[in-house]
Write a protein that binds this ligand. Structure first.
Ligand code: ATP
Ligand code: MG
Length: 236
């Protein structure tokens, strides 16, 4: 793992994330030149994660206790595996998934990026891919000069995956149904942690994703419903 000097993270608002994990704001700044120290793993993971977080959500922090519990579970499992295997660093490889449900503008994407940021400073390596479902379908459409299977594998095999806005299409097509099934089935069978958001309610989700996908989601995911109304409207 590359050594990241503490100065590289100056200007990032890490104190609230560290405080949420019971860590002092200076914890991450330990300059020990050890690429395997939890602090360097946190700096490395945070730098990678920050590159994936859109500007609008750059300061997001998670507020849901269920998301915190999910993060804690993944971190604990990664540390257990590290001990068993005598690995130099703890990395997230397997674990449960989480499905965030709620109406438009309630804060699903905010919570999801907040969770990514908080997990990043835990000292455990978490390697993410992020996409919206719509971007995923667009990226995978067969077209000349693009190996869409290679592109699909990038998401399918990601250690951690955020799929934002799954089931937003009112009219699924054969193509989107096939992508959803192949993606979810692969991650279900391998226990690959996946964070999914959707603004569909339970009935809409079943209608849009089909029984086979929703059945797998039910088993692999904890469902968390965010209550409230559109925060964008409130802000406006
Ligand atoms: N806990 C929070 N604290 C402060 N701002 C928040 C919080 N949650 C959400 N917001 C803000 O409210 C707005 C809507 O949140 P967000 O984009 O996460 O909604 P969403 O549920 O993903 O909506 P959509 O279904 O349309 O994608 C954003 O500007 C976001 O930054
Ligand atoms: Mg959203």
């Amino acid at each position: 793992m590359q050594y990241i000097p503490p100065a590289n993270l100056r200007g990032h608002d890490l104190a609230p994330l560290l405080a949420a994990r019971g860590l002092d704001a200076d914890w991450i700044n330990l300059h020990d030149f050890d690429p395997h120290s939890p602090q360097n793993v946190a700096r490395h993971t945070y730098a990678e994660t920050a590159a994936l977080v859109p500007f609008h959500y750059r300061t997001a922090t998670p507020s849901l206790p269920q998301l915190r519990a999910w993060i804690d579970g993944l971190v604990a499992a990664a540390k257990e595996t590290q001990e068993e295997r005598h690995s130099p660093i703890a990395s997230i490889t397997h674990g449960p998934s989480l499905l965030l449900l709620g109406v438009c503008g309630v804060g699903k994407t905010h919570e999801a990026y907040g969770a990514m940021r908080e997990l990043a400073v835990s000292g455990v390596y978490a390697q993410w891919q992020v996409t919206t479902a719509a971007d995923l379908y667009a990226a995978l459409r067969p077209r000349h000069g693009v190996d869409s299977e290679a592109e699909f594998r990038r998401f399918r095999d990601a250690r951690m995956l955020l799929v934002d806005d799954l089931g937003a299409e009112r009219k699924p097509t054969e193509f989107t149904e096939e992508v959803n099934f192949r993606l979810i089935n692969h991650r279900y069978e391998r226990h690959l942690p996946t964070l999914i958001t959707s603004n569909a309610d339970a009935d809409q989700l079943r209608a849009r994703l089909g029984d086979r996908v929703t059945s797998r989601l039910r088993e692999m995911c904890e469902r968390v419903a965010i209550k409230g109304s559109d925060r964008r409207r409130r802000a406006a």
